[in-house]
Design a protein around this ligand. Structure first.
Ligand SMILES: NC(=O)c1ccc[n+]([C@@H]2O[C@H](COP(=O)([O-])OP(=O)(O)OC[C@H]3O[C@@H](n4cnc5c(N)ncnc54)[C@H](OP(=O)(O)O)[C@@H]3O)[C@@H](O)[C@H]2O)c1
Length: 231
């Protein structure tokens, strides 16, 4: 597949490495420009491009930037994109550490719905609940005992099937976690968040998730602080 990756940090860098290793044609972008991605490009064979170029002509685009930066992406980024383009969102809401208080999310809008509205394009939520280092190192062949499973939520069955298959190819069991309205079940603070469960464990954890956002995952009037000193 032709894959665009917008964001080249912990998750974007990891996906660039893993997806090029699987033979995909990867174009990767960050906010500072392709010249700052020369090392990642020469390491992986990915093309370092602008954000607009990462979105153009791709079969699938992964948006993997801090949630509070999503509104900074170019307006109409996907305006010219083919209807079949799949957009994957890895984002998480960290109000106290990084993102600041976002009222719509505080009032119950799933964070990926918020991102989807900004992008003007349906998204599939995936890769948000695993540490980047585990995504890099802990993939296993299908059938391996204890293989980590990842939930995938979204509304378009065909797009979701493609992402489920990609998760499997990366070495993780893929669990259909329902529609994007259900994606709060895999948000920060949920039982499936960064807990590296197998497929049965992920299904149980999704079923047991509580829609109420715990206080430590709610923004305050002083938000954001920092990861060292959340506010
Ligand atoms: N870290 C994890 O283990 C992990 C796990 C699962 C999900 N997540 C979530 O996935 C998202 C990305 O996390 P991360 O840890 O990979 O972030 P990160 O390491 O902080 O990297 C962020 C990347 O986004 C780029 N970026 C920021 N604003 C941009 C813009 N307007 N246009 C283009 N690129 C932009 C940055 O580029 P510049 O450096 O050029 O600004 C950087 O490459 C977050 O929502 C995070 O909560 C993280």
């Amino acid at each position: 597949m032709r894959i665009g990756i917008i964001g080249a940090g912990n998750i974007g860098g990891t996906l660039t490495r893993r997806l090029t290793a699987l033979g995909h044609d990867v174009a990767v972008a960050n906010s500072r420009g392709p010249q700052t991605l020369a090392d990642l490009a020469s390491e992986t064979g990915a093309r370092a491009v602008t954000v607009e170029e990462a979105a153009r002509g791709a079969d699938l685009v992964v948006v993997t930037i801090p949630l509070n930066r999503v509104p900074d992406l170019p307006a109409d980024l996907f305006g010219q994109a083919d209807d079949a383009l799949i957009v994957v969102d890895t984002g998480n809401y960290y109000p106290r550490q990084r993102d600041g208080r976002i009222e719509d999310i505080e009032n119950g809008l799933p964070e990926s719905r918020w991102t989807e509205r900004h992008l003007g394009r349906p998204v599939i939520k995936a890769f948000n609940n695993i540490y980047a280092q585990h995504l890099a190192d802990d993939g296993r062949p299908a059938g391996s005992p204890g293989r980590i499973a990842l939930p995938v939520a979204g509304d378009d069955p065909s797009a979701k099937a493609t992402v489920l298959a990609l998760v499997d190819a990366l070495g993780f069991d893929a669990v259909d976690a329902g529609t994007l309205d259900e994606s709060w079940r895999q948000q920060p603070g949920s039982p499936v968040y960064t807990t590296d469960k197998d497929a049965d464990g992920v299904r149980r954890a999704l079923a047991e998730a509580n829609p109420d956002r715990a206080p430590e995952w709610q923004g305050s009037a002083d938000s954001p602080g920092t990861f060292d000193a959340p506010a």
